[in-house]
Design a protein around this ligand. Sequence first.
Ligand code: ZN
Length: 183
Amino acid sequence: MPAITDQLDLDNLGLKPGGGMRFETAVRVGGYVFGAQRYELSAEPLPVLIDASRTSSGYVVRVRSKFAVKGPCMRCSDDFSLELKIDHSEVHEPSLDEELASDYVTGDDLDLAALVHDAVGLALPTSIAGELDGEGGCKSCGRTRQKLLELGVAAEDDADLDTVGDAPREPDPRWAKLRELEL
Ligand SMILES: [Zn+2]
């Protein structure tokens, strides 16, 4: 396990304009709460690959990681694990434009823990649930559609059923700002 870097001192990297470096580190991301359920990452602290580049007047920090999110299936409460990855490039060019100043940077310090927490949050689907089989049963726990209906956790009709397994990915509104920055 590499050393933990929750706060990254950009100045300490010693990069000259045009220079860059790649290194592995780990970040304490923490869990996520949806409804009353808690979801944890497969690794905590989470190993991340950092590519830091110094531009003429700022920095671009690319953060990549692969992991699984673990917790109860939102449909049947069985243990569920979802493979995800993040690939986020954070731009910090405060002298170029105020808009390009990263919200995660204070002085020379990049709040890597907050950045990764938000990037993982953006990657999470709104519905953390296993796949349904052709009959509307749960592939993960093997419960039939009838069993799920009895438990009150399956959709009532086929139209709803289709949307249960493939709910569109809509991030938490709190991350809308992060999305804007990425566009
Ligand atoms: Zn299930």
